[in-house]
Design a protein around this ligand. Structure first.
Ligand SMILES: Cc1cc2nc3c(=O)[nH]c(=O)nc-3n(C[C@H](O)[C@H](O)[C@H](O)COP(=O)(O)O)c2cc1C
Length: 159
């Protein structure tokens, strides 16, 4: 039988960064705070991005087959805080945020370390998050710096 408490405690020890996943579907655009992200292949370059099936962004990634990941710098906790609120509730999260559209059309936050843009090449739809496997088709650097880590925020997402 699964020891729920042990599972929760040990899984929360997986280190995570914090990213803003940018999505676009036709004229519609959005972004959300993502932490379940990691590199998954050198060649071709792949990343995995696990997205809550109930989030507004999930359907947009399914429809368009693309997403971006903006890499936040240590100290940018307030940006992550803004983007973990659902668009359905707070409206346009990019309203007072400087951003530009990448070659996928997905939004990229200008004030950040950099970004990758991905085309979805596979997915696992099994649990409450879909595991999207994205091939990195574009990347850019904005500045050098240390990444924002989930651990530094005192927040939990996992377990
Ligand atoms: C610290 C933290 C990490 C998060 N990581 C993820 C994640 O990896 N995947 C995900 O789907 N949601 C994650 N979320 C939740 C989304 O940011 C949240 O559901 C958001 O409201 C979705 O926005 P949307 O409905 O506008 O798409 C995280 C939230 C927090 C606070």
């Amino acid at each position: 039988m699964l020891d729920e408490q042990a599972k929760k405690t040990i899984l929360r020890k997986i280190p995570h960064g914090l990213y803003i996943c940018g999505v676009r579907d036709g004229e519609e655009m959005n972004g959300f705070t993502a932490s379940w992200v990691m590199q998954a292949s050198f060649q071709p370059p792949l990343v995995v991005n696990c997205v809550n099936t109930k989030s507004g962004s999930h359907q947009k990634i399914k429809n368009s087959g693309v997403f971006s990941l903006t890499f936040l710098e240590a100290g940018q906790k307030e940006v992550a805080q803004k983007f973990f609120k659902p668009q359905q509730r707070v409206g346009n999260k990019f309203a007072d945020m400087e951003f530009y559209e990448g070659e996928t059309g997905c939004p990229i936050i200008s004030d950040s370390l950099g970004y990758v843009e991905c085309r979805v090449v596979g997915s696992v739809e099994h649990g409450d998050h879909t595991v999207f496997v994205g091939e990195v088709i574009a990347a850019g650097l904005h500045r050098d710096g240390e990444p924002l880590l989930l651990e530094s925020t005192g927040w939990q997402y996992g377990g």
